[in-house]
Write a protein that binds this ligand. Sequence first.
Ligand code: FES
Ligand code: FES
Length: 155
Amino acid sequence: MTYSLNVNGKAQEADVEPGTPLLWALRDSLGILGPKFGCGIGSCGACTVHIDGVPVRSCTTPVERVGAGKVTTIEGIEASAIGQKVQAAWEELDVAQCGYCQPGQIMSATALLTKTPKPTDAEIDAAMNGNICRCATYTRIRAAIKKASGQKAGV
Ligand code: FES
Ligand code: FES
């Protein structure tokens, strides 16, 4: 079946079975490889994308649930000024280790700063809680979020 999706500002057609997770529509049908498969059950955050600016786990979001929602992946995050700041802070602080979880981390961080421009450590921890990093880059992630928000890193 063909689903019309708006991904990173472009209308695209994904040809997948009903019930297919958005993650696989993006990766397998549309060739958008930034969102990663980690757990497949909504627990690790590697597959995080935005739908209308809200972070969602694309591994547990059936493609038909997207409807007319605007999907943004890591490939499209630089269209957002906050996304640009987050990416710049990530680079400056050299956050990534293996990098696998980082697209999802950046999507969650950008959504947080869009809603809460100057988050406290507790707000950062709450927003980033579902994004697991097997390389344990958590300290640098928090510092980069602080930096992107224009606050001093409290680490
Ligand atoms: S792959 Fe989606 S949350 Fe882990
Ligand atoms: S940087 Fe390796 S999993 Fe996070």
